[in-house]
Design a protein around this ligand. Structure first.
Ligand SMILES: C[S@@+](CC[C@H](N)C(=O)[O-])C[C@H]1O[C@@H](n2cnc3c(N)ncnc32)[C@H](O)[C@@H]1O
Length: 230
């Protein structure tokens, strides 16, 4: 895995954050709670992906204080026509009530409240009970639960839709033998590996793993799906 060079280099040359995003990053780093938001190299990659893919409906797990939802909305809205903008929506789910409230304030300050719905709840349960079809699913909640959410991520994604899962390399520990990982990491490494094994073996997705951020899985749901025939 690359050290932090790409992130540091991204910091120095790419300036894609508006004032709201810059403030969230500054406060998140300073905050005693140390709210984890997307690393800047991962944020840059997401901005490129959505500019290419132009999703109209996005589902996110793990809002934190709204950084990624605001970033996604900004770049999508720039890429969409006026007609498409009317349909654009992000549904984003956050477990912490406190963070949900901060996210709502940040989204309002960004002028994006009409586009982003923040749901305070457990993404595992919310993904399981909602319907609809999304052009993009971005998963950035608790890594240990990605495997439980797999079937719902897939069900909720349109054919041709983009799945992005953050933090899948887990500081490089993903390649360790779960039995030899420190006890506190054993379960999470085992679950993340089960998730990545399932995604990699799933013929309904074309998948790539990259070492941006803390590792991202990027997959596109293909047509002619076995899933649709089940
Ligand atoms: C890495 S942070 C998300 C960062 C955010 N996507 C960003 O870049 O601005 C992970 C967030 O997921 C939330 N979380 C953890 N487990 C969750 C769950 N089961 N459902 C919803 N949110 C969860 C945490 O409270 C935390 O705020």
């Amino acid at each position: 895995m690359l050290p932090d060079i790409m992130n540091e280099y991204t910091e120095t040359i790419l300036d894609f954050e508006d004032d709201v995003l810059k403030d969230i990053r500054r406060l998140s780093a300073r905050d005693m709670d140390n709210v984890p938001i997307l690393r800047k190299d991962a944020a840059a990659l997401l901005s490129v992906l959505v500019t290419m893919h132009k999703p109209l409906k996005i589902l996110e797990a793990g809002t934190a204080v709204g950084y990624s939802a605001i970033l996604l909305a900004r770049f999508c809205l720039e890429a969409l026509s006026d007609e498409e903008k009317k349909e654009f929506r992000i549904d984003t789910v956050e477990l912490s009530e406190e963070r949900t409230l901060v996210a709502l304030k940040n989204i309002e300050r960004a002028g994006l409240s009409s586009y982003i719905r923040v749901i305070n709840g457990d993404a595992v349960e919310v993904f399981n009970c909602i319907g609809g079809q999304y052009d993009m699913v971005f998963v950035d909640s608790s890594k240990g639960h990605y495997i439980e959410m797999y079937d719902d991520m897939k069900r909720l994604l349109k054919t041709g839709g983009l799945l992005v899962c953050d933090d899948v390399i887990f500081y490089g520990k993903i390649n360790d033998d779960p039995k030899e990982a420190p006890h506190k990491h054993r379960t999470i490494v085992g679950r993340l590996r089960a998730f990545l094994d399932k995604l990699a073996a799933d013929k309904d997705f074309v998948t790539s793993l990259i070492d941006t951020g803390d590792g991202m899985a990027i997959a596109v749901k293909k047509g002619n799906l076995s899933y649709d025939n089940e």
